[in-house]
Design a protein around this ligand. Structure first.
Ligand SMILES: [Fe+2]
Ligand SMILES: [Fe+2]
Length: 253
């Protein structure tokens, strides 16, 4: 491992141990100008290979974000419109918008005393629920088409965490969609309690998940996956299929 990566690994280790965070961060920022997402992920992988516990992986992920901001802008500038990563990033924007809609709808519902079939917020919640179910196609493309190519390069930490989070998120989406469909038959206070609890967890976790993919996993994938692999990733993605909100072609052309 190069000298730079050794220094980086040491910094990550210290961040991970909560040691003098501010001082370490300043040091990390200095180093960041000289390193790539690939270097960073490889340094993390070295820590994992040396036996870092699974539970500490998430801390490492947070540490990574501390030192690696604004990766997304740079990545987006580098990608063709039809590149599989560009498609996934645009889907992230749509998913974030759906989460905003969910947040607004749940806040409105929270202020109501009873179910009213004429209140359009319940239709809105239903629509949002369906969009959430659709995001599964997005995660499937990540897991089946993209992640294996990153794993192949020996970077297995970030993909492992992202898979764990996909598994965690699925039941929440399913239950929110189900609640949205069953509200008329439920005790309204109980409905409000459940929809609030489920949505809070989903919104928080999925926003965070997308942030990590945009700023860690995707930039790393762009760096480590061989150029000629993207064609087969795209092909496999096409086979898996897209969401109703996916844009594959640039408008106005
Ligand atoms: Fe994901
Ligand atoms: Fe994603």
């Amino acid at each position: 491992m190069s000298d730079k990566k050794e220094r980086l690994k040491e910094i990550l280790e210290r961040l991970n141990n909560d040691e003098d965070i501010e001082g370490v961060k300043a040091e990390a920022r200095e180093l960041i100008d000289e390193i790539s997402a690939k270097d960073l992920s490889e340094a993390e992988q070295a820590l994992i290979n040396e036996g870092l516990e699974e539970t500490k992986l998430r801390h490492l992920c947070a540490a990574h974000l501390e030192v690696m901001a604004d990766e997304l802008d740079e990545l987006q500038r580098d990608l063709e419109y039809s590149h599989p990563l560009a498609v996934l990033i645009r889907e992230h924007d749509e998913i974030l918008e759906t989460l905003n809609r969910l947040e607004i709808a749940v806040n409105k519902i929270d202020k109501l005393d009873e179910y009213d079939p004429n209140n359009e917020v319940f239709g809105e919640l239903k629509e949002v629920g369906e969009l959430l179910l659709e995001t599964e196609k997005h995660h499937e493309r990540e897991e089946e088409a993209l992640f294996p190519e990153v794993d192949e390069k020996g970077i297995t930490g970030p993909t492992r965490i992202m898979r764990m989070e996909h598994d965690d998120l699925w039941p929440y989406k399913e239950e929110i969609a189900e609640l949205a469909n069953n509200v008329s038959e439920m005790d309204f206070a109980e409905f409000k309690r459940q929809i609030k609890e489920l949505s809070e967890h989903l919104i928080l976790t999925l926003r965070d998940h997308i942030y990590k993919e945009n700023n860690i996993l995707y930039p790393t994938a762009k760096d480590v996956v061989d150029e000629d692999k993207w064609e087969s990733i795209q092909k496999l993605s096409d086979e898996i299929g897209y969401c109703s909100f996916t844009t594959l072609e640039e408008k106005g052309e």
